[in-house]
Design a protein around this ligand. Structure first.
Ligand SMILES: Nc1nc2c(c(=O)[nH]1)N[C@H]1C(S)=C(S)[C@@H](COP(=O)(O)O)O[C@H]1N2
Ligand SMILES: [Mo]
Length: 200
């Protein structure tokens, strides 16, 4: 019924599959709008707001500790992909280079192409979150957010900004693109935080 790419989870995997989600073996591309084409030579990453403004280059990121990650990926449109393998820089390692004002409690992710998504500091600053430039051992393809994306495994994947190019630190909640359009402000998949009750 669900077709050959979407399967009901194995019982031993079912505790990893959030309610209302189906497993996919492929890796669908979910993008609103065009795919930006950004080279590593011109790629820049800025931090501003309640942090000392700073611009990072590709080489700056490559000089930070590089880690491998295996993480499950949950799209709010009901597909999940388990055990995605990535390489990149842990958010906690990156943040060693950022001077954040202690009043910052919220973060807006900014991207080439104009997409934004908001995240609370406590959901952002976590050991398991990372900037990814490699997917299954290959340079991250442009359609999946290359050259660099954020991955936040514990929230729905719209919180994992592709083509990320900046972080704006805030002392209050602001809403990103999908959040302004009715998606949940936090987006925790096991709690099925799909939509904002203000709209639905
Ligand atoms: N810049 C940007 N990041 C984005 C999106 C987008 O449209 N633009 N889509 C989000 C959504 S809804 C999902 S499910 C994931 C999809 O990532 P994928 O295309 O690599 O599967 O990226 C997220 N990050
Ligand atoms: Mo999504």
């Amino acid at each position: 019924m669900l077709g050959k790419f979407f399967q009901k989870p194995d019982p031993e995997l079912s505790d990893r599959v959030p309610p209302g989600q189906h497993l996919t073996k492929g890796f669908p591309v979910l993008t609103y709008g065009q795919t930006p084409q950004v080279s590593t030579e011109t790629w820049e990453f800025k931090v501003w707001g309640l942090a000392t403004s700073k611009t990072f280059t590709w080489d700056d990121f490559m000089a930070m500790p590089q880690s491998n990650f295996t993480a499950d990926f949950h799209c709010v449109t009901t597909w999940s992909k388990l055990d995605v393998q990535w390489t990149g820089v842990k958010v906690t390692d990156f943040m060693q280079h950022v001077d954040v004002d202690p009043k910052a409690v919220h973060v807006m992710q900014h991207c080439y192409g104009g997409y934004t998504t908001n995240i609370a500091m406590e959901d952002f600053y976590r050991e398991e979150n990372f900037f990814a430039h490699t997917l299954f051992g290959e340079p991250l393809p442009a359609e999946h957010g290359g050259p660099m994306r954020l991955v936040v495994p514990h929230l729905y994947a719209w919180k994992s900004a592709k083509w990320i190019n900046g972080l704006e630190f805030l002392d209050h909640t602001e809403l990103g693109f999908w959040e302004r359009n009715g998606y949940h402000h936090r987006g925790e998949p096991f709690a099925e935080e799909r939509y904002s009750s203000r709209f639905f």
